[in-house]
Write a protein that binds this ligand. Sequence first.
Ligand code: FES
Length: 115
Amino acid sequence: MHGVPTKYQSHQILMKYKKHIFICTNLKPDGKKSCGEVHGMQLVDAFKQLVKDHNLSVDVRAQKAGCLDVCGFGPALVVYPEGVFYGKVQLEDVQEIFDKHIVHNEPVERLRLKF
Ligand code: FES
């Protein structure tokens, strides 16, 4: 098959991690609202700690990311391979996202951004 792989195919190939969490920590100039300015880095630290606590470092990676282009809904993050975006994520939401989506594969609908 040629061209861009289908969604299904892209899940089948070359995934180093079972779940890859990208958390926006972008800081915009001039004090404009941005995920990094709110608590983006704290979200990264919280997810990293849960990955470590659950001994899932081989299968799950949480890392900081630049702007995800959903700034108005920040703090934002995205979980792959599903490509599920979350917005307005608070520190107290991290455990729920981790338990439901990362461990049990069930996205947290109340925080999910729908495009
Ligand atoms: S600053 Fe976080 S999505 Fe743009």
